[in-house]
Design a protein. Sequence first.
Length: 350
Amino acid sequence: MTFVILENTKLEHTYIKVIIMKKVSQILLFTSLLLGFTANANIQLQPGVSGAWIAGASGQGIFVNIARVNDQPNFVVAWYGYLNGEQIWLVGAQTFEYGIETLTVPMSITSGTGWDTSFVESDVVITEWGTVTIDFSDCNVGTMQYSSNDSNYGSGSMALIRLSNTDGLSCHEEQVAQGSIEQQSLAFMREEEKMARDVYLKFNRDYGQTVFSNIASSEQTHMDAVLNLMNIYNVDDTSTGVEGTFNNSELQDLYDALIEMGSTSLEDAYLASALIEETDIRDLDEFSAGITATDILATYEKLNCGSRNHLRSYVSKYEQLTGNTYQVQIPELATQVAEILSSGNEQCGR
């Protein structure tokens, strides 16, 4: 880089220094970005990487979806780009196990049929295109290396920048240790939310009250929210998938006791249901006290908010049915439950 100094003045020296510093800053910025784009991945593949990613410019990029097919996570990618002025779409999918950081996906390109009513499935030609290997340096930056069987495409590498998230999915950059409180709590809460759902399904069949079916649906949503976090934090789902059965012996005993408690009358079913919600609130509070991961804490607060609303609903049904004032069933929650019942329903968000 050469600079011509016309006059040896202090002002011109200062001007030249400013230009040089700007050039150096630009080079350093470009270098740091390049290193950031080509560095090895340091986050694991997880549902939170789902979304749209642009490659260099908004005119090309990929859509990523972490899908579950036949109870197996699948990395699904659709790459949109151009060749000789024509738009090109490549698609691919690859099963994987949570805990890995880099994945190679076989890609295909399709042709051979018509548009809309002219589409004939048997006419579709699927051509193996090659592979892409994707990793993510963090939740917003990644790298895609590609290698095609077709010389028109060749091979190379693209820096990926996140364009959009999938609503409701969080991406987590920090790894947690095996057996951590985060992992333990997620495995437990998955089954505890299932226990609540299963009890309410049974009570709905026994008594036909819509409050049970409505809240059972809500508990399913809670189960799904916890499962999303389990995928992010590489926690195996040990729930049985069978109503009324649990791998956690404490939750199995609690389920059996609650079913017996609520089997005698609708009044007792409401009391058993209120006890479930008190238990949920206590457990969520205790787990939250030992967790720092913001995405888990945010989800637990939404679950806790739901449990507070559920408690209000069951207590209201109980008091309307019996004319009695509800008495807290977990003594250490007396003050907290009194505050909950003296306030109205909350908006808990997603």
